[in-house]
Write a protein that binds this ligand. Structure first.
Ligand code: NAG
Length: 309
């Protein structure tokens, strides 16, 4: 386990020969926000940083705090998107594909911690599984061509999902999407395993890209402090002490910068944990992939009454 000072030193050495483009989905609060801020700091603001989320005033505040860049091509922007709906993600990724030449880093961290059971959006996707898995699936799938362009130009191309590597559980192909049987713990155990399988699928087709599934550990983010019970649950579950988002972000960026290529599962301190508490299998990978694709296509096809939406 690298010490925080060593992690900071390693991150400070990040000095790419290319001009970096980074997208932070869920970057308006918590760990995502801290990661975007640390990334801006380590690039001295000399990057194209895109924060995707719902809260514009938070985004404005974050962007205003970034170091002032010296390079003319630098840009810091907020892209509003309510990622609960697959059609919103589709609109956002389509627009990004039209105007961005490439993406070097795609960091995904939208989260939900409440005590509601299955709770579906108007598209029929459970909100918890949606934020932790389907929304992220769609961002990665849709933006892969832009990551591919970065890699083909000899640059970094990395995707990181900040979720719960090594804290997933067994999944059942008879209960895909937990449509037959749902519970909050089951949802929290399913999304990480689906994430492992999703990244393994991508790595087969793009072995030179990096896909990182990391566990943030117990972090004192607004999501947690807003609900003490959830905070206690998660801390007990992860057997970790809550640390400040700023500190957590150092480890997250460390994992992002240090993973060269392939699929890497990382602990809350940035260590590669290999297949520790891994619940995927070759037999389950493609059925879960097909399910994800079909589920998102189904959601996109749902006709929503203008008033109801
Ligand atoms: C949006 O962000 C601002 C500034 O950080 C915060 O005060 C506000 O509570 C946030 N709104 C929501 C709905 O989360």
């Amino acid at each position: 386990m690298p010490a925080l000072a060593a992690v900071r030193a390693a991150n400070a050495a990040f000095s790419p020969a290319y001009f970096p483009v980074a997208v932070f989905v869920g970057g308006t609060s918590g760990i995502g926000r801290a990661c975007a801020e640390a990334f801006a700091r380590y690039t001295q603001g000399n990057a194209h940083i895109i924060i995707v989320g719902r809260n514009k005033s938070a985004a404005d505040e974050i962007i205003a705090s970034f170091p002032k860049p010296t390079r003319p091509e630098a840009k810091h922007e907020f892209v509003p998107c309510d990622v609960f709906l697959m059609r919103n993600i589709e609109a956002t990724t389509t627009a990004l594909r039209e105007r961005l030449p490439k993406i070097n880093f795609l960091v995904l961290s939208p989260g939900l911690a409440n005590l509601r059971g299955r709770d579906e959006t108007v598209e029929g996707i459970d909100k918890r599984l949606g934020l932790h898995y389907y929304a992220r699936w769609k961002f990665v799938y849709d933006l892969l061509p832009l990551l591919r362009k970065a890699k083909d130009a000899g640059e970094d191309a990395k995707v990181m999902s900040i979720l719960a590597a090594a804290f997933g559980g067994p999944i059942s192909l008879d209960n895909l999407g937990l449509k037959k049987s749902y519970s909050i713990p089951k949802a929290h155990l399913t999304a990480p395993t689906y994430t492992d399988l999703m990244f393994e699928h991508h790595v087969q087709e793009n072995p030179d890209l990096a896909f990182i599934h990391i566990c943030p550990g117990g972090v004192a983010t607004p999501i947690l402090s807003s609900n003490r019970w959830v905070l206690r649950q998660i801390i007990a579950l992860l057997n970790a002490f809550a640390i400040a988002p700023e500190e957590c972000a150092e480890y997250m960026l460390y994992a992002l910068f240090q993973t060269k290529q392939g699929f890497s599962r990382r602990s809350q301190r940035g260590d590669d944990i290999g297949k520790l508490r891994y619940f995927g299998s070759d037999e389950k990978r493609e059925p879960v992939w097909e399910h994800s694709k079909e589920e998102i296509d189904r959601a996109l096809a749902v006709e929503i009454d203008q008033l109801a939406s």
